[in-house]
Design a binder for this molecule. Sequence first.
Ligand SMILES: Nc1nc2c(ncn2[C@@H]2O[C@H](COP(=O)(O)OP(=O)(O)O)[C@@H](O)[C@H]2O)c(=O)[nH]1
Ligand SMILES: [Mg+2]
Length: 240
Amino acid sequence: MSNFQFNLKSKKVNQLCQQTIDILETRTEDEVKKSVDDFQDFWQKYQHEKKLSIAFIGQYNAGKSTLIKALTGDESVRISAEICTDKVTEYAWQDVLLLDTPGIYAGNTEHNDITLERIYKCDLLVFVVPNELFNPQGAEFFQKVANQMQRVGQMVLVVNKMSRESGSPQVLLSTIAKVIEPYYPQQFYTCFIDADSYLKSQDPKYIKYQQSLQTKSNFNDFLDSLQKLIQKNELSAKLV
Ligand SMILES: Nc1nc2c(ncn2[C@@H]2O[C@H](COP(=O)(O)OP(=O)(O)O)[C@@H](O)[C@H]2O)c(=O)[nH]1
Ligand SMILES: [Mg+2]
C-alpha cells in the first residue's frame, strides 16, 4: 500500500471513529458512557505517543552518536572510537525521537538483526558513512535498507568526518553513485558534514572559534536535508 493510500485510509478511520463517538455520546446508558470514556482515554494517549522517529544507522564509528549529540546537546550520548554499545538508545529532540543504533559491522549478525528490526518501525532514517565512504558491509546494508526495506525517499545520506583528508564532494559523489546504483545521491538528500566540528562549536571552550567551526561543520546542510525529508514525509511519518 502506498503511503498516500495509507494516509487516506488513516484519515477515514479517524473520521469514522469521531462520528461513532459523536453518536454514542448522546446515549445515557452507563455501559455506553464507560466505553466512550475508555475509548477517549486510549485515543488521547495514542495521539500523545505519535511522535516522529528517526533512526541513525550505518557503519559503526561513522559518527552516528556524535551527530545525535550535536543535534540534541545531550551529554549522556556516548561517543567512542571503539564499539561502545550493542543496544539501540532513544533520545528526545524537540518533538522528534532519535534512535542511536550500534551500527552494522561484520561478524555481528544477531545485533545487526536487532538493529534492522528497530529501524523497520522508524519513520525516517539517517544513514551515516565516514569520509572514506562505504565499506563492504556498509554498502550491503545500504542496499538492504533502500531496496528490500524500500526506504528510498525516507532516508538522508550523510558523509561525515569531512574535516579529514577527504577529496572534494564532487569526487565523493561519483564514488557514492556507483555504490548505491540504481539510485542517485540526490534521492537521499546527500550532505557532507563534520559533526565533530559542530559539537566543538557548541562547547564554551572553543567559543573563540565558534563561527569557523560551524562553517567547517557544514551542519546547516544536514539540517536542511533533514528538514526537507521531514516536510516531504510529514503526514505519512506521523501516521506510522
Ligand atoms: N574528525 C572527526 N571525527 C569524528 C567526527 N564524528 C565522529 N568522530 C570520531 O569518530 C569516532 C566515532 O564516533 P561515534 O559518534 O561514536 O561513531 P558511531 O559508532 O557511528 O556512533 C569518535 O572517536 C569520534 O570522536 C567528525 O565529524 N570528524
Ligand atoms: Mg555510536
